[in-house]
Ligand binder design. Structure first.
Ligand SMILES: [Zn+2]
Length: 472
């Protein structure tokens, strides 16, 4: 959990608040690793003038899977060695306290300490199996990219011809990441953004890897724009390389039924020549292999989640355990939990059912901590079983019954209807109509109030927006 620190802008002198991270746990938040590697940990930016930079505050990087605890302790962390050690102690204590006792292991007390961010980044990459050679290659890539960014357009060709072997998908990934970061920096970075964009386009057009990536984007787009069995097959036939096939198989798994393979077989029979036929047969085999691989992996994942679930039912500190495994409380976990509860219910195993219910409560609590309050309220309303309880919830949360709440409710309703959950859509509509009675009168003359009501079945809407009941 980050805390907020008061900072004064070095450029314009304005005070502002900025989040400070002290524990970066990659199991709680897998994105923390990328933030750390790209130097975006504890970076502040003034909202008034855009000036900013690193706060250079100490933090701990924790990767439980690799049993690694890395402590960033810059010289600025304290005036004396004793002060710095004290700051370190506070962080280690905080990390220990965040974990359930069964996960407080020895390596946490033998953290590696870094006073320099570059060496720490180096260590994190090393833990990932990135070698010295890889790093050298990346350095050269970065140098080349910088040179290309600064080069005049007519000198690009020469530079690319000399360094073409440095261009790979990683380089494109880095370029895109930078483009994304710069695009969020606002108008003062427009010039910089244009430079990156032009270089990106140049490489896409003039380097074989770029050309392949363009074709990949085209193939994936065919399917993404209108995901169905036909577009999936078409995209797979046009996939320029194996990685594209992999991506498509992963996202189109549920569409690969008997009819899909029949159509593929038909394409193979209709192939113009032997070479094309062999290519399609290879493609078919690749798809079948990938499918099997994915199924095996999802079985292994279900087993992992089941292990976590069992540990949670046995733990003395299930909340801490759940919190430190937050990223693992995913769809696979929910699925395993529901299946187990169903089983316990069928077996009349009241004790197991109760234990699993406690786990479910903990998971719900953690999920809600990361949700906006409107979403939490809708969840609670849907869980209530009696009309009186719904009324009470609405009464107690009147201040939340504003536009964001009604927007969310309405979107959910539409979504349920489209996904064939008519029963849920109807309940949501009922809730929405009821909630409108509790909504505080909008103080701004109607703006920000509930969205226009939508006609229910048996009602129709007049051109002026009035709802007319056609029920007899
Ligand atoms: Zn400022």
């Amino acid at each position: 959990m980050p805390y907020y620190a008061k900072v004064t802008c070095p450029a314009c002198g304005r005070p502002f608040q900025t989040p400070v991270e002290q524990i970066l746990d990659v199991r709680v938040d897998p994105k923390a690793k990328q933030r750390m590697l790209s130097g975006f940990v504890n970076v502040a930016m003034c909202s008034a003038c855009g000036a900013g930079g690193s706060l250079n505050l100490p933090f701990i990087y924790h990767d439980p899977e690799k049993e690694a605890a890395l402590l960033y302790l810059p010289l600025e962390a304290g005036k004396s060695e004793a002060e710095r050690q004290k700051a370190a102690g506070v962080l280690v204590r905080q990390l220990m306290d965040s974990l359930p006792s069964e996960e407080r292991k020895g390596y946490l007390l033998q953290q590696e300490t870094f006073i320099n961010m570059e060496t720490m980044v180096h260590r994190v990459l090393e833990l990932d199996g990135v070698t010295e050679q890889d790093l050298e290659h990346r350095r050269k890539q970065q140098e080349f990219l910088q040179e290309l960014l600064e080069t005049a357009p007519d000198a690009r060709e020469q530079l690319l011809a000399e360094n073409g072997d440095l261009v790979d998908e990683t380089l494109f990934g880095a370029l895109q990441y930078n483009l994304h970061i710069i695009s969020t920096a606002g108008p003062q970075a427009e010039e910089e953004f244009k430079k990156y964009q032009e270089t990106h386009e140049y490489l896409l057009e003039h380097h074989p890897v770029g050309q392949m990536l363009s074709r990949r984007a085209q193939a994936v787009q065919i399917f993404a724009e209108e995901p169905n069995r036909r577009t999936l097959l078409q995209a797979l036939l046009e996939a320029p390389d194996e990685a594209t096939v992999d991506m498509l198989v992963h996202s189109g798994l549920s569409l690969m039924d008997y009819a899909f393979f029949q159509e593929l077989l038909q394409k193979i029979e209709q192939a113009g020549d032997e070479e094309e036929k062999a290519r399609l047969l290879d493609l078919r085999q690749r798809i079948l292999d990938l499918r099997e691989e994915i199924m095996k992996r999802s079985e292994a994942l279900a087993q992992e989640r089941l292990n976590l679930l069992q540990r949670m039912t046995l733990s003395e500190e299930p909340l801490k355990l759940a919190r430190s495994h937050f990223s693992e409380l995913d769809d696979a976990f929910s699925y395993v939990l529901s299946a187990r509860m169903q089983q316990a219910h069928e077996d009349d195993d009241e004790q197991t059912f109760q234990a699993l219910s406690r786990v479910r409560e903990i998971v719900n609590q953690l999920l809600e901590e990361s949700m906006p309050p409107e979403v939490v309220l809708v969840r609670h309303l849907l869980m209530e079983t009696s009309a009186e309880q719904v009324d009470q919830q609405l009464q107690e949360n009147r201040e939340l019954l504003q536009k964001p709440f009604f927007d969310f409710l309405f979107a959910l309703e539409e979504d349920s209807r489209q996904n064939g959950r008519a029963d849920l859509a109807e309940r949501l509509q009922e809730l929405r109509l009821k909630a409108q009675n509790y909504a505080p009168q909008p103080a701004d003359g109607g703006r920000g109030g509930p969205p226009p009501a939508v006609a229910a079945p048996g009602e129709r809407r007049s051109p002026s927006g009035l709802i007319i009941s056609t029920k007899k």
